[in-house]
Design a protein around this ligand. Structure first.
Ligand SMILES: Cc1cc2nc3c(=O)[nH]c(=O)nc-3n(C[C@H](O)[C@H](O)[C@H](O)COP(=O)(O)O)c2cc1C
Length: 178
């Protein structure tokens, strides 16, 4: 599949089939994330992959604090993506801008790699951001100083149809200075 097709195919899936995702496919998504670029190659991310049913059910419940994300229960895999407490950048380089600012973007890129790789393989994802960081960290035994940025649901879509993208037009978001 061409990259353009994968980009169009990747969409937030909120209804999952019961079919489990193969571990080798989960690993391919993680490998794509591992290869993402980051400021000074700091790689400020950790991925906690949850498939064990009881822990997954508890994590899914933590994602529902504002009433949404009920679909997360049915996803066969939930992946918590956390940011390291203080990503190590090249000594003496860029420190004054605070490494955390770069780490936000770095994690976004890694999550994009993960979700696009999943889409290429016919797997569906949904990135979720509504949860209490401390509750998720406690459940998954993630170090206190780290920050869970998003949880990704991963699995096969119950319905494989591709929706049209609802996005701003290019001329609303782009300026050329030429
Ligand atoms: C950081 C982030 C947090 C998100 N949190 C949620 C969420 O908690 N629940 C949800 O259903 N979708 C969530 N989304 C998905 C967005 O709503 C979705 O990406 C956007 O509406 C565009 O739709 P698409 O992903 O289908 O193209 C999140 C996306 C991002 C990038």
């Amino acid at each position: 599949m061409k990259l353009d097709e994968i980009i169009l195919k990747r969409q937030s899936c909120r209804s999952y089939d019961t079919k489990p995702a193969a571990k080798e496919d989960i690993l391919k998504c993680l490998e794509a994330a591992r290869l993402a670029p980051s400021a000074c190659n700091s790689q400020p991310w950790k991925f906690t992959v949850v498939t064990e049913p009881a822990t997954k059910a508890k994590l899914a419940s933590l994602l529902q604090i504002v009433g949404g994300n009920k679909f997360a229960d049915a996803a066969p895999v939930l992946v918590a993506v956390s940011e390291d407490e203080c990503p190590k950048l090249m000594p003496g380089v860029l420190q004054k801008w605070s490494c955390k600012h770069f780490a936000h973007g770095d994690i976004g890129i890694a999550v994009a790699h993960f979700t696009l790789k999943a889409a290429e393989m016919g797997l569906a994802t949904c990135i979720m951001g509504t949860f209490e960081d401390k509750d998720v960290k406690e459940l998954l035994n993630i170090p206190e100083g780290d920050t869970v940025r998003v949880v990704i649901a991963l699995g096969y879509p119950a319905d494989g149809s591709v929706r049209e993208k609802n996005r701003k037009k290019l001329d609303e978001i782009v300026r050329f200075i030429d």
